[in-house]
Design a protein around this ligand. Sequence first.
Ligand code: AMP
Ligand code: ZN
Length: 470
Amino acid sequence: MYLYNSLSREKEKFIPNVSGKVSMYTCGPTVYHYAHIGNLRSYIMEDILEKYLRFSGLDVTRVMNITDVGHLSSDGDTGDDKMLKGAKREHKTVMEIAKFYTDAFFEDCKKLNIKTPDVVQPATGCIDEFIKVISSLIEKGFAYEAGGNIYFDTSKLDKYYVFNDFKEEDLAVGVREGVEEDSNKKNKADFVLWFTKSKFDDQELKWDSPWGVGYPGWHIECSCISMKYLGDRLDIHCGGIDNAFPHHTNEIAQSEAYIGHKWCNYWFHVHHLNTNSGKMSKSKGEFLTVSLLEQKGYNPLVYRFFCLQSHYRKSLVFSYENLDNAAVAYNKIVAKIASYLGDEETEVDKEAYDKLMSGFVSALDNDLNTSLAITALYDVLKADTSAKTKLELISEFDKVLGLGLISEAQKLSDKNSEEYIPEEIAQLLEQRKEARKNKDFALADSIRDRISEMGYIVEETRQGTKVTKK
Ligand code: AMP
Ligand code: ZN
């Protein structure tokens, strides 16, 4: 498989450190609010990558952190703690907020068929690891204390800006304009590893440390959690493109300073989901969630399909018009698949199977080209081959695509079947049964008439109540 690596800015053949095994780390959500569908675009594409590596026979171990402390409202080290902001907004404690939004995140993931990583680690559970690594960085001369905080000294590195050719003078603190500069820093790009002198006297979560009571910076958590579970040679690190700088740049700086050699080989960055008014962002307040799409009547898998139609390295514009188009296409695919069900007596046509499978594999082998993988799915639907061949291919493809194709087709075919009783009719039947039990035959008859108006006949037989479509 070839993957674009943000580090080399080239497509590279993917070769894991240990043959047959892949270690994969993903920056998890900052749990101060619901995930928006932009965040979830990143997690959908990372899920596809994980599933495709597994599909290719590799043994993947995937780790994700949960940011429940240390992420300030600027990705540099300034602004308020996002968690504290969330807690204040909802008059809850930080831990209550973290629990609520972590659960909400995994519920959204479930609806979108995003697999839960093998390890999910909240940052607040690894304070000892952070202290251990920060102590070692101080010892090795890569970190210093100033004004009560511990900073990473970026001037100690040969190359700090690994992802882009930033010029140092172009970069204000955390590349944000209008952010007041921290006068404790020796160099503009230095970043906080541990805060003790907090501007936030009401910071709820604080821990004892060799440098006083305080809390960790955001970047250190991902380095430490990744190394704790995946060791000091990581195959793939994932995240949204906004995380490349400063977050991932700082992760590389501190991890490599700590271990003394190259840390991660492949950096997989997903580009943004935008709306017509720009990047979707939690801090802007107004954003779209999976629940909102559901309330509007969309199947969350339609959103997944919408994401798969474009490449992860292109920004994607969300509009309801685009989502409606995706819904029409998705429903057509499902209806077509439903028409193959029950027609599986035939044999698998090996030649057709191999040819169609190779189209799918070569699309994903080429830097995870999901839109071409969808084209490969259409090729299956159009192919002149047996239903069994098509269903076997679709079920294999769906191990990666995760679009619930066979189960949605099954639901549709059940709905269309003679025996299918819609939910509203089932409820009316229950009410009629209750009325008959209470000997309220007038009510029972009026319910039967309503059911009849809705296209179903109710009859009492020796075997019990029988309902048939008119
Ligand atoms: P956060 O919860 O803010 O820490 O972000 C979680 C993940 O979503 C990170 O990998 C971000 O880079 C990613 N992300 C944030 N905004 C977007 C967006 N508009 N489109 C795609 N990914 C995003
Ligand atoms: Zn991270």
